[in-house]
Design a protein around this ligand. Sequence first.
Ligand SMILES: Nc1ncnc2c1ncn2[C@@H]1O[C@H](COP(=O)(O)OP(=O)(O)OP(=O)(O)O)[C@@H](O)[C@H]1O
Length: 682
Amino acid sequence: MNEKGNLSINSENFLPIIKKWLYTDKDIFIRELVSNACDAVTKLKKLMIMGEADHIPADESFSVHVVLNKDEKIMQIVDNGIGMTDEEIKKYINQIAFSGATDFLSKYEEKADGDNEIIGHFGLGFYSAFMVADKVEIDTLSYLPGAAAAKWSCADGIDYEMADGTRTERGTTITLHVSEDGEEFLDESKMYEALQKYCAFMPVPIFIDVITNDEEKVEPEKKDNTIHISQEEAATLTKDEILAKANKDKAEETESAEGSEKEEEKEEEPKPLNDPSPLWLKQPKDCTDEEYKAFYHKVFFDLNDPLFWIHLNMDYPFRLKGILYFPKLVEQMDVVEGQIKLYSNQVYIADNIKEVVPEFLLLLKGVLDCPDMPLNVSRSALQNDGYVEKMNSYITKKVADKLNQLFKADRTAYEGFWDDIGMFFKYGCMREEKLYDKIKDALLLKTTDGVYETVAEYLEKNKEKHENKIFFVTDEAQQAQYIRMFKEQGLEAAILTSPVDKPFVSFLEYKNPGVKVQRIDADITDTLQEKTEGEESEAKKQADAFANTQMENLFRGVLGNENLKVKAENLKAQNVSAMILLSEESRRMMEMMEAYGDNEMYKAMFAQVKPDETLVLNKSNKLVQFLMDAAGKEDKKEDCDMICHQVYDLALMSHRTLTSEEMTAFIDRSNQILEKLAELEK
Ligand SMILES: Nc1ncnc2c1ncn2[C@@H]1O[C@H](COP(=O)(O)OP(=O)(O)OP(=O)(O)O)[C@@H](O)[C@H]1O
């Protein structure tokens, strides 16, 4: 047979366009050609099962070899799968594969102005070989009894030639005469890397064969699963013979290296570089924790164990298999580093498609195998895709189920990883109220007592002291004084310090009507105040009112702030001189102002808003008692002024960070006070 033809492609620029367009993802040709080879094996196995290839022995071993010959600049992808007849080449390569390429071209023309997203995800199939080769040949022998080997070659992606083939074994050899663009892939390491990226879980054992006659050229870091053979052997031996020889070589190597090793170790076979039966394909009940962890370490190069994992295994109404891992967060920065590897029938597709998992789960690491997912589409189309939406809600449901199950089964372990996952679930609940409904009973608050409680538990525990109120802290160091006062009186506050917690506070209120959630310095609870027994006398009330006015005038005058609100109270904690309270509403308003501070419209809107702050002075404290006594006395004025400033700054420090001017004044004043003290000691 000898035939020439023209692929009647409607653009003369076919090759330049393919090369240019796919430039960033050049290594994708490996995925295409190796997955074609694996498909060829899978198809043949199916025929064997169906009894349509009975002449093939049931124990036949199948493999795919990627052969690298740097000297000759040749790369081959060799399989012992179904093969093709010359008619099939005409149909699948000259027509169908070609129409895929034509399709690609028309899409390219439509999208020429920019959507780069589809570059890597458009299955260009067989023709992607031309990204790295000037000339491509197919030498193939169909599995059909009596079939004749057929050969196809094409030097420019447009004109092809067909002739009788030379293959004597069933299967297909794709030979690439590698162009300058593809030379890097003749390197064993580079090829290994590309195969690990795209083919690590393809369903047929994959090997790299490196052909060289020059021993010195063998790369020093040769991989365990690479087979090294000579030009001569490559020309004369079949793939099975090459594998058998590799087995023998390996056995001899082991023997000479380790002396009298056990018999079975001598028979160790070269391992394929891929894992043809990845863990996610097994039934969850058949997988051990060790296997899950080992898989995680291997695939995500993370030395830490994952916190927990979810094995997805769904066949209906859509097919989705995979394992999602919750990693341990070493740094808060890790937050953005989730990684979901997407596969379609074990063929790697991408690992950066954020649309496939719900947004709040982007911290996850995992593998998803979704054979039904439309991958040859742009990302924007993916966002509106019904399948992706279904997948998202399925994953959300599974994650919620797992969370509830862990919460119920082992509360201590669950609390142990709440710090790592809490933030994401809070965020998730705010994004998707359906998720909140599912997991609300498993959401925890970590409190200043170092315990973890659900909202219901917190409210129940504290209902005697402050009914329907949740107190929280946003900065444990800054609010340490309030926390200490709380603790001394047996009160606890939730620790809500992450950025997600700001909106979460309002969300909690919205979801728990009747419950007030307020920062620890928003109000003084009754528990913190010294109560007077029985009815207060009129005289006491008047004395209190006088003390209040007296202190307010004093502080307003000294601090030069006519609007300052001052209140004198009897707090149980005697060592606290003063504190600043900012009502919860006012604080939230201030936060909003801060967040929108750059927006001119908001700036104008908030211009008149002043924080509703109150300086609470503690009448049980000695300094405050001194001030009450000394106020208005001329000879005490200097000391009074200094103490007022200092007391105010101390209260301010527990409330917010001092500005640089405030801090400088505070330090100067502190030094003056110490100097005064030193004077007294003289
Ligand atoms: N190694 C092979 N053995 C047998 N048939 C093959 C081989 N490689 C390619 N083919 C045939 O050529 C066809 C076209 O291959 P091509 O890679 O272009 O498209 P595809 O694999 O069908 O789809 P995709 O565009 O997703 O890759 C295949 O469907 C298959 O029938």
